[in-house]
Ligand binder design. Structure first.
Ligand SMILES: C[S@@+](CC[C@H](N)C(=O)[O-])C[C@H]1O[C@@H](n2cnc3c(N)ncnc32)[C@H](O)[C@@H]1O
Length: 233
């Protein structure tokens, strides 16, 4: 797959493209600060959504479907569209979520053209390889394809405008990674990914783009440099 003008990497450059998705599921929870807590918040938040109407959910950069599985636990009758450009990761999502009420798309999320409107769009640790134009394009596409009152659950690695805060949180991330890696190989792979493949944008800049697009930020949680933003249309 070619790199798009919005993306800084190809799937083949990603460490987890090369190993079993069960290994990814285990490692992502260890390497991303706040990963479990973010999903607890997503569960608690989506559980409160009115279950009388059936929700349509879009998961951008779905990976092995961890976030969609959490939302499905909260909203068992929801329909899901999942997109990822890694065949390997999407195969893990297919095993986890099956075929009932779920559609899968293999492709670049920045180029995805939704055919329906969604009630929830989510992307968890999925946009940090987008350049700034890509992120803004995705925010607009998400807003335009949400129903009124719909929510955008956006969590990712971000940096901060204040360089002391940015340095502190980046150091805490590496320390978290060092503490939680089971081997030198695991630490090397994820540290390489974090230091040389990620394209982080400040949280302040992204909140400003989200607001300019029309979103209201209704919840924010920070875990070092992993941030969860729940936004409403
Ligand atoms: C760190 S994983 C996160 C996956 C999942 N959301 C989770 O929380 O476990 C990032 C995922 O985004 C996918 N991804 C990154 N850039 C993408 C792009 N431009 N188009 C589609 N998928 C992309 C990767 O293949 C990978 O599965």
């Amino acid at each position: 797959m070619k790199k798009s003008q919005f993306t800084t990497i190809k799937p083949t450059e990603l460490n987890y493209e090369k190993y079993a998705t069960e290994k990814y599921d285990d490692e992502i929870k260890k390497v991303i600060p706040g990963y479990k807590k973010i999903h607890q918040t997503i569960y608690q938040y989506t559980r409160k959504i009115n279950k009388k109407t059936t929700s349509h959910v879009l998961d951008l950069g779905c990976g092995t479907g961890i976030t969609s599985a959490v939302i499905r636990r909260a909203l068992p009758t929801a329909y899901f569209d999942l997109i990822d450009f890694s065949r390997q990761m999407l195969s893990g999502a297919k095993r986890k979520l099956g075929k009932n009420r779920v559609r899968y798309y293999l492709g670049d999320l920045a180029l995805f053209k939704p055919k329906i409107k969604y009630d929830i769009t989510t992307t968890v640790i999925g946009l940090h390889h987008q350049n700034d134009r890509g992120k803004q394009k995705i925010f607009k596409m998400t807003y335009n394809n949400l129903n009124g009152g719909g929510i955008f659950i956006y969590s990712d690695l971000m940096t901060y405008q204040n360089l002391n805060t940015a340095a502190y949180n980046s150091a805490r991330h590496i320390s978290h990674l060092t503490k939680n890696s089971k081997s030198k190989k695991m630490l090397t792979e994820w540290a390489y990914h974090h230091l040389y493949l990620n394209k982080l944008t400040t949280v302040e800049q992204q909140i400003s783009w989200l607001k300019k697009t029309g979103f209201k930020i209704i919840k924010r949680q920070d875990f070092f440099n992993t941030v969860l933003l729940i936004c409403r249309k």
